[in-house]
Design a protein around this ligand. Structure first.
Ligand code: CMP
Length: 131
């Protein structure tokens, strides 16, 4: 997912380019906006964290780009490409190093397991929207 901060900063294009240049195939793509309820559901796993309210507010404040990406070893390779959650710790050449502003507003989200990639892909896309 490309988050509201990166959309607001007009960085959809360069972020998608970094993904495709790194060898990820776009299987599904959507420009949409989450309601607070939908953002809360997407991040339900973090509902007990102190930053949950802030996260839900941020993720529902403007449009996002959702994508299903395909590649061998996709979860691990994508997490390497996006960099550490906290952009201050993200390596040079990562998406978050280049585009993220803070640990909360960190430009992109990537699934942390194949299982969660399946769940998160199903959250945004029907089978008819995947190619
Ligand atoms: P993401 O990889 O999408 O997964 C959970 C999100 O919660 C994370 O990126 C950040 O946007 C947010 N997050 C994680 N830690 C913090 C924190 N300490 N303060 C605020 N937001 C956070």
């Amino acid at each position: 997912m490309i988050k509201p901060d990166a959309v607001e900063a007009n960085n959809i294009g360069p972020i998608l380019a970094m993904m495709t240049e790194a060898g990820f195939k776009i299987v599904a793509l959507k420009y949409t906006k989450l309601s607070a309820e939908q953002a809360g559901k997407f991040y339900a796993v973090h509902s007990e964290r102190p930053f949950y309210g802030e996260l839900v507010e941020f993720m529902s404040r403007g449009p996002i780009v959702a994508a299903i990406l395909e590649k061998d070893n996709a979860v691990e390779d994508f997490r390497k490409l996006i960099g550490a959650t906290n952009p201050a710790q993200a390596e040079e050449g990562t998406i978050r190093k280049r585009f993220a502003k803070s640990i909360g507003e960190n430009a992109v989200h990537g699934s942390d397991s194949d299982e969660n990639a399946q769940i998160e892909g199903d959250f945004f896309f029907s089978q008819l929207e995947r190619f």
